[in-house]
Ligand binder design. Structure first.
Ligand SMILES: Nc1ncnc2c1ncn2[C@@H]1O[C@H](COP(=O)(O)OP(=O)(O)OP(=O)(O)O)[C@@H](O)[C@H]1O
Length: 226
């Protein structure tokens, strides 16, 4: 299977000398096309640091991140921003929708910023898959948390990115909508052949994944096939 992402000897250190924190230390990490991976670990283990590094949001102290053949931190900062917008779809705990834009406008926003035309048929299909087609002209504030997160998922996959990264995607949802959102997240990444990495504290989320990566004290402890 095609390798979508490779992290090589990733380190992220904060501070100096005695006070230095090795948030991530010599982590190797690879993801194949179409895989669903969960990253788990205790608070402070280094999950968010790892996710920010592989998402192009935070430069490692050393090491390399290669996404679809591009060593992303070798790119100039402005090109890295464009690469991130095109190739990485983010789903955050807090949804991060633009409140003044309706559902459809939120979903096509990153595509428009890229100077591209939205594939209307594809996005309508995604909205139907996620059960929010009828809500396409609603403002985010008129939607439940679960519906808002489904909009964020639609936005993340609308540009057909190389990777979808989700950081505690159900962290702000009650258990029923969490289950719905997770099922839909998994269904849509499968249907559209997307690659998904989810950072989570939630064991149920982790169990849905093809593979779980456990981060302990800045290193990957166990990689289990499920
Ligand atoms: N900007 C920073 N400056 C100094 N130390 C930091 C910084 N960011 C993170 N750390 C430290 O790096 C380590 C890893 O933090 P990180 O946020 O990646 O853990 P986490 O597993 O995502 O935790 P949580 O589940 O609570 O979000 C922790 O010891 C944290 O205190």
């Amino acid at each position: 299977m095609q390798m979508i992402l490779e992290g090589k000897a990733l380190c992220k250190y904060y501070g100096e000398g005695e006070n230095q924190v090795k948030a991530i230390h010599q982590v190797d990490f690879s993801v194949k096309k179409g895989e669903f991976i969960s990253i788990v670990g205790q608070s402070g283990a280094g999950k968010s640091t790892l996710m920010h590094i592989i998402g192009g949001l935070d430069r490692p102290t050393s090491g390399e991140v290669i996404i679809i053949g591009t060593s992303i931190y070798s790119l100039p900062v402005n090109q890295l921003a464009v690469f991130r917008r095109r190739e990485i779809g983010f789903v955050f705990q807090g949804f991060n929708l633009v409140p003044s834009l309706n559902v459809w406008e939120n979903i096509i926003l990153p595509i428009g910023l890229d100077g591209k035309k939205a594939d209307v048929g594809y996005i309508e299909d995604i909205l139907n898959t996620l059960g929010i087609y009828e809500k396409r002209t609603n403002l985010p504030t008129t939607l439940s948390g679960g519906q808002q997160q489904r909009v964020a998922i639609a936005r993340a996959i609308a540009s057909r990115p190389a990777i979808v990264l989700a950081d505690e995607p159900t962290g702000n949802l009650d258990s029923r909508s969490s289950g719905d959102v997770l099922d839909l997240l998994r269904l849509s990444v499968q249907k559209y052949n997307q690659t998904l990495i989810v950072v989570t504290h939630n064991d149920e989320v982790a169990r849905l994944a093809d593979r779980t990566v456990r981060v302990v004290d800045g290193s990957i402890a166990v990689e289990a096939l499920q």
